[in-house]
Design a protein around this ligand. Structure first.
Ligand code: HMG
Ligand code: MG
Length: 299
């Protein structure tokens, strides 16, 4: 059965902007966040406390957090890979972080500069210190459905790696199709594999990139299986600088259009959101990848 309500985890400000060759000004980023909150999105993944050498687009994380619009009911999780990132996030007064692991060795090396086994050693003190400080911690698992260097990973091993991330103390795990190659049958299979290692859909979220146009179908498969937190980015911004074949995330507008059609609550004002993405497309100098933005946004 489909859930009656879905939490949309908006990743545009982080996953979207980390992959833009144009580095936007702090003011434009803040305006983006303000508009997303005004459109009714309640979880805004704001930025990353990663190495500024690795992701220069988000080097202004501390300044951004200091200037965030405080809107009642709006959460601003940030990405944190290591203790250095946690120190910076704590100093900024962050209430919620996300660690990001890899289901494959190749991507762990490229994205985190360490191996699959070493990533747990890096995350362990981050999660234990964060949870003792009262922070909420989400885990991401990348390359769950396909990896550009290793092909399709085995669902049972993906589930095992994911369970280990959750066991560190994460309250939710988001399953990433980093390069956007998954198809709906794979989604069903992977959710079953997680169930077999004792992880139910209530602890899982889905994170689809739309490279092959399957993100919305994959999302529907996940909703049918009982998942009720879906990651997406306004206007379909996004990608990953360390996975060349990755393109934008599932567009939040496309997700909202489908949820409306299914009668599933989400709390987002679609017109306001489309206006935001049209505005952002102007800032970036190229049209939005979202079909719904194109259909509703005028030209
Ligand atoms: P490293 O180079 O091995 O780190 O990177 P290091 O510990 O050797 O440190 C090197 C330098 O970076 C040092 O500075 C550190 O202080 C500094 P130096 O002495 O040379 O001046 N440093 C930091 N500075 C600020 N904040 C920090 C930090 N850490 C080290 N947190 C590291 C290892 C993990 C840091 C690096 O690989 C990194 O930052 N990786 C992040 C890559 C990234 O952000 N990728 C995109 C996000 S993941 C994603 O998009 C996928 C997702 O969307 C889900 C999906 O789609 O599947 C989540
Ligand atoms: Mg992503």
């Amino acid at each position: 059965a489909l859930p009656s309500r879905v939490t949309i985890w908006e990743v545009g400000p982080r996953d979207g902007l980390q992959n833009e060759s144009t580095t936007l000004t702090l003011d434009v980023k803040l305006e983006f966040l303000r508009r997303l909150a005004a459109a009714g999105l309640s979880v805004l993944e704001a930025t990353s406390f990663v190495s500024p050498r690795w992701v220069p687009q988000l080097a202004d994380a501390a300044e951004l957090i200091a200037a965030l619009p405080q809107v009642p009911g709006v959460r601003y999780p940030v990405l944190v890979p290591n203790e250095r990132g946690l120190d910076r996030a704590l100093e900024a007064g962050i209430a919620e972080i996300a660690i990001f692991g890899s289901a494959t060795e190749s991507f762990a090396r490229r994205n985190l500069n360490c191996g699959m086994a070493e990533q747990f050693a890096m995350f362990e003190p981050v999660v234990s210190r964060a949870t003792s400080a009262g922070l909420r911690v989400r885990g991401y698992l990348s390359m769950c459905f396909g990896d550009p260097w290793e092909g399709t990973p085995d669902p049972a091993s993906v589930a095992e790696t994911g369970r280990r991330l959750l066991d560190l103390g994460c309250d939710q795990l988001s399953l990433g199709d980093t390069i956007g190659v998954a198809t709906p049958g794979q989604v069903e299979t992977l959710l079953k594999a997680f169930d077999e290692v004792g992880v139910g859909v209530d602890r899982l979220a889905v994170h689809f990139h739309d490279t092959f146009g399957q993100a919305l179908s994959n999302t529907l498969a996940a909703l049918r299986a009982g998942v009720s937190t879906v990651d997406s980015s306004a206007g379909g911004l996004g990608g990953c600088p360390y996975a060349e074949s990755a393109t934008g995330n599932l567009a939040t507008e496309d997700l909202v259009w489908m949820l409306d059609g299914l009668g599933i609550e989400h709390g987002v004002d679609l017109d306001e959101l489309v206006r935001t993405s049209v505005w952002m497309a102007r800032q970036l100098g190229r049209p939005s990848a979202s079909r719904v933005v194109t259909a509703l946004g005028g030209s």
